[in-house]
Ligand binder design. Structure first.
Ligand SMILES: [Zn+2]
Length: 132
C-alpha cells in the first residue's frame, strides 16, 4: 500500500504539470495589444504559433462564411514571415494568411522556446505594428 501511494503521487503531479504545459505549447503568455495589427507592408502581426490558427478559425470563409481549415503552413522565416493556407470546409475556397513573425514580441518568445537552439532567421530589422 505504501508503495502504491508513493508511486501514485508523482504520477498525479506529472500528469497535472504536463497537462498545463501542453496548453501552453505554441502560446505566448506575453501577447500584447498589437496582436493581429498590420505591419506597414500589410502583414498580420503574429506573436506566437497558436494565434495564427486562432485568427484563421475566427475569420471564416470570405465567400460563404464557412469554417476555414488550415491545410498547409509555409515556412517563410527567412523573410520573417509565416504563411498559412486554409480551405473552407463548406465551399472549398482557398485563403492565404501571411503573418509577420519578425516582430520583437514573437522573436523574444521564440527565443525562450528554443533556448540555445534559437537562430535569428531573417536579416532585415524587425517589422513594427503599424495599424490595427
Ligand atoms: Zn466557403
Amino acid at each position: 500500500m505504501g508503495f502504491l501511494r508513493k508511486k501514485r503521487q508523482p504520477d498525479a503531479k506529472s500528469t497535472k504539470s504536463s497537462g498545463q504545459s501542453t496548453e501552453k505549447i505554441g502560446y505566448n503568455p506575453n501577447r500584447t495589444e498589437h496582436l493581429f495589427w498590420y505591419t506597414e507592408d500589410g502583414y498580420l502581426v503574429a506573436q506566437d504559433v497558436v494565434c495564427q490558427h486562432e485568427y484563421v478559425e475566427a475569420v471564416g470563409c470570405a465567400h460563404c462564411g464557412g469554417h476555414l481549415l488550415v491545410a498547409a503552413h509555409l515556412n517563410r522565416s527567412g523573410q520573417g514571415l509565416s504563411e498559412l493556407v486554409a480551405v473552407c470546409d463548406n465551399c472549398g475556397a482557398r485563403a492565404n494568411f501571411i503573418f509577420d513573425i519578425s516582430n520583437d514580441v514573437y522573436q523574444n518568445w521564440w527565443q525562450e522556446q528554443l533556448g540555445a537552439l534559437y537562430v535569428r532567421q531573417h536579416d532585415d530589422p524587425p517589422r513594427a505594428p503599424h495599424h490595427p
